[in-house]
Design a protein around this ligand. Structure first.
Ligand SMILES: [Zn+2]
Ligand SMILES: [Zn+2]
Ligand SMILES: [Zn+2]
Ligand SMILES: [Zn+2]
Length: 350
């Protein structure tokens, strides 16, 4: 018994010495253990159980905010987040530990004149070694091909980093969970569930693109909505019926799957109301709905996907989204939905 107790204390001691994490307490009183790895304006990055999250600093108690302020005062290596010592290297005005500033493929340190690429996840690689790496189709994380799991290379040619793969939606049961989570946010902002039939299928890129051609859509698609309607006048069952089919790429990490589903559910909502407008209005609106779902999520991936929306250069998906977002900033969801409803043009039967 004595021995067991001794080893227990030993374990605790080790834990205290080697754990970088600390307990974070929100103003609402909930606690979690996490390691601070970045501060971006009013947001902080916490590593919790191996996953990277972004939170707004204001949700934490004063002592936690004070800790962040002190943490920020120390100049840190952008790769390992630890304070810089004497062995540092300066690259483009940013200081790194010499030992951290290395190529993930050849493992050797970058030297003056070396061209390298960096991702948003602390990965760095020589440009000349870039062909030995894969790029995650979701989060743009660079990974070394020779170290990758074969499952990271999808049969339809897509690639995924191991983190996104771990959260990948490959089966109906998980898809259902994602769907329920999306509806929670959508019903809160006033987007109701469809009255018509709705089926959702996980498909590969080939099938998605083939279906997309039916409505002349192309590009780097992740999801697609096809709606058929039938109007019956007179008879025993007059009215309009809808049949919606949503196609979504298999294997997207659930955060991205949520954002794509939210976008497609917004199309379903528009279609049932015969709301038609230009692509920037329609796709901008659907991306705005998608952003509402992403804003509810705290993982770092959600903020990366939100940034992608913010930086998207496409007229429909990017410019359209930013216009919608500016509109929402001055109004509320109820008013934005009303504006959309005014664009309704139900088909006129002759
Ligand atoms: Zn470092
Ligand atoms: Zn290299
Ligand atoms: Zn990824
Ligand atoms: Zn769309």
């Amino acid at each position: 018994m004595g021995f067991l107790r001794a080893s227990f204390y030993f374990f605790c001691l080790l834990y205290t010495i080697f754990s970088w994490g600390r307990t974070w307490t929100t103003k609402a009183g909930s606690k979690s253990d996490g390691e601070l790895f970045e501060v971006l304006g009013d947001r902080i990055g916490l590593l919790i159980k191996g996953r990277e999250y972004h939170f707004s600093l204001s949700r934490f108690t004063q002592p936690d905010q004070e800790y962040v302020r002190n943490w920020k005062k120390v100049t840190r290596c952008p790769i390992c987040s630890k304070s810089l010592g004497t062995r540092t290297i300066d690259a483009g005005g940013v200081k790194y530990h010499t030992s951290c500033f290395r190529c993930m493929v050849c493992r050797s340190g970058f030297r003056g004149g070396d061209q390298f690429r960096r991702d948003a996840w602390k990965g760095m690689v020589h440009v000349k070694h870039f062909q030995s790496t894969g790029l995650c189709g979701t989060c743009s994380r660079i990974f070394v091909k020779r170290d990758a799991n074969p499952k990271q290379f999808f049969a339809d040619g897509r690639m995924s980093c191991i983190t996104c793969l771990k959260d990948g939606v490959f089966e109906g049961a998980i898809l259902k969970e994602v769907e329920n989570r999306v509806w929670k946010t959508l019903t809160r902002i006033g987007i109701s569930k469809p009255v018509g039939n709705l089926s959702i299928r996980l498909v590969d890129r080939g099938l998605l693109n083939q279906e997309a051609l039916k409505i002349n859509a192309r590009g780097n698609l992740r999801g697609l909505t096809l709606t058929k309607y039938k109007i019956v006048r007179g008879g025993r069952n007059p009215g309009t019926t809808f049949d919606h089919r949503i196609y979504i790429l298999y294997g997207l990490p659930y955060i991205e799957c949520e954002s794509v589903l939210a976008h497609e559910f917004a199309h379903v909502w528009l279609n049932e109301r015969f709301i038609e407008s230009s692509p920037p209005v329609v796709e901008g609106f659907c991306n705005l709905v998608s952003s509402a779902v992403l804003e509810k999520e705290k993982s770092k991936l959600a903020s990366v996907l939100l940034e992608n929306l913010q930086n998207n250069t496409s007229l429909a998906y990017g410019v359209g989204y930013r216009k919608m977002k500016a509109n929402l900033a001055q109004k509320n969801w109820n008013q934005v939905l009303l504006e959309m409803k005014r664009k309704s043009k139900p088909p006129q039967l002759k």
